[in-house]
Design a protein around this ligand. Structure first.
Ligand code: RP5
Length: 164
């Protein structure tokens, strides 16, 4: 059992450059999380151990990022009823289209919420996980409201693209 309510897992250490964006967003909203490398192909037993124990360990949302034949989010979703947010990491060979389709094209009955390819998707996974946590956490909800208001104010205050 940990204090963390979100787990951020990824298929390889090489995914950290992308997945750190999810952690930055969780930090912004004060959401507690764990970080770990869990590979569907290289450490399958660790994957099942992690996913099977996730709920009992106090987790509420899992963010899983992987590239290429990106089976990690789907296999975690197959092993736990917790919401799983999948981040397609941009691959070298196919620019992440392989990752995107591997994560998005789940069979009916096992759901993964798929985000955009790369760091934007990772950041939005952190945001979406925070929004889920905010359903039961007023402090996180207030921070998300403030974040969104600031974002809106910044766009409105800089609406003339000719100005620096
Ligand atoms: C996937 O293979 C990982 O998620 C990573 O995106 C990709 C490449 O992994 P490495 O060869 O860099 O370890 O399993």
């Amino acid at each position: 059992m940990t204090d963390a309510v979100v787990a951020v897992v990824m298929g390889s250490r090489s995914d950290w450059e992308t997945m750190s964006a999810a952690c930055e967003m969780l930090d912004t909203f004060g959401v507690s999380y764990t970080v770990d490398v869990v590979s569907a192909h290289r450490t399958p037993e660790k994957l099942f151990s992690f996913a099977n124990g996730a709920k009992d360990n106090g987790l509420k949302v899992i963010i899983a990022g992987a590239g290429g034949a990106a089976h990690l989010p789907g296999m975690i979703a197959a092993s736990t009823a917790l919401p799983v947010l999948g981040v397609p990491v941009q691959s070298k060979a196919l620019n992440g289209m392989d990752s995107l389709l591997s994560i998005a094209q789940m069979p009916k009955g096992v759901a993964v919420g798929t985000l955009a390819i790369g760091a934007s998707g990772a950041a939005n996974a952190g945001l979406l996980a925070s929004q889920i946590i905010a359903l039961g956490d007023a402090d996180v909800a207030a921070k998300i409201d403030a974040f969104r208001q600031q974002q809106t104010d910044t766009v409105l205050a800089n609406a003339d693209p000719r100005l620096p």
